[in-house]
Design a protein around this ligand. Structure first.
Ligand code: ADP
Ligand code: MG
Length: 253
């Protein structure tokens, strides 16, 4: 039986590849689960590595399951449980050189809707972890049709990452009057370096958004990755774990 319980929060993280979206998403998911919330994290990057430190194994991607099983698909084929009961989905990507990643997202989201993933699992929070190097129609899907409500852009102070941040903000802006997702601000994932803060400050002005949180660069991330763990699970008493918990507080408002 399903009821129409709606998630309390539907959050999307966008940003350049390699900037730290999945690290932040997975740790946020883990931190939210510690607060007793049921979280569904949906990786929307062809890399399909968004949730791997939550599940500690590769989650079969929606697109691969679609390819292999055609129409004979069940939610349990691609929804996997991870740390502390969190739910994990990886959209996946097309075969390199054939097909288009954006189209892949569209097909995967259609399938998740058809199978009523949200209605059946009834998560309190849904987190979309989305690659934002290009925001073509496919990668913009989580911004539309009532998927994500709150958008956070992840960036360092590197120019290419701030360039992607600007493009993402434009894409969100283009949908703003249609009741779609809204830009809540920028999550600064620091890489270190002298003029980083200054460049981020300037970008915030240009994008006309606020700084939501600044994460330090911390080798504890790699240490936990070596054990296939998030920082929340692998180093629960570390400073960085507490910083992810602080972000959890902020995004829940
Ligand atoms: P994305 O999902 O944006 O492609 P990832 O989250 O996979 O990026 O991050 C890329 C790499 O950056 C990770 O493998 C991780 O080792 C590193 N990383 C991310 N955040 C931090 C941090 N705060 N401190 C140190 N390393 C980090
Ligand atoms: Mg990622």
């Amino acid at each position: 039986m399903t009821t129409d319980k709606k998630p309390l929060k539907r959050i999307a993280f966008y940003g350049k590849g390699g900037i730290g979206k999945s690290t932040i998403s997975a740790n946020l998911t883990a931190a939210l689960s510690e607060r007793g919330l049921k979280v569904l994290q949906i990786g929307c990057d062809p890399k399909a590595d968004s949730t791997m430190f939550l599940t500690r194994e590769k989650v079969p991607t929606v697109l691969n399951v679609l390819k292999e099983k055609k129409d004979n698909i069940e939610l349990s084929d691609f929804v996997k449980e991870g740390y502390n009961g969190v739910l994990c989905i990886e959209v996946g990507g097309p075969t390199p050189g054939i097909g288009c990643a954006g189209q892949g997202i569209i097909a995967a989201f259609q399938k998740m809707k058809e199978l009523k993933a949200i209605e059946i699992y009834q998560p309190d929070v849904v987190i979309y972890d989305v690659l934002g190097d290009v925001v073509c129609g496919g990668f913009a899907v989580p911004l539309r049709d009532g998927y994500a409500e709150d958008v956070y852009i992840v960036s360092s102070g590197e120019r290419m990452s701030l360039f992607a941040a600007y493009n993402i903000s434009q894409a969100v802006h283009n949908f703003r009057n249609r009741g779609y997702a809204k830009l809540k601000g920028l999550v600064f994932n620091s890489k270190g370096g002298s003029s980083e803060d200054q460049r981020v400050r300037e970008a915030l002005e240009e994008i006309e958004t606020d700084l939501v949180y600044k994460f330090p660069r911390d080798p504890i991330v790699q240490k936990c990755e070596k054990e296939n763990l998030t920082v929340i699970e692998g180093a629960p008493d570390s400073d960085l774990a507490n910083e992810y918990r602080r972000l959890a507080e902020i995004v829940m408002g």
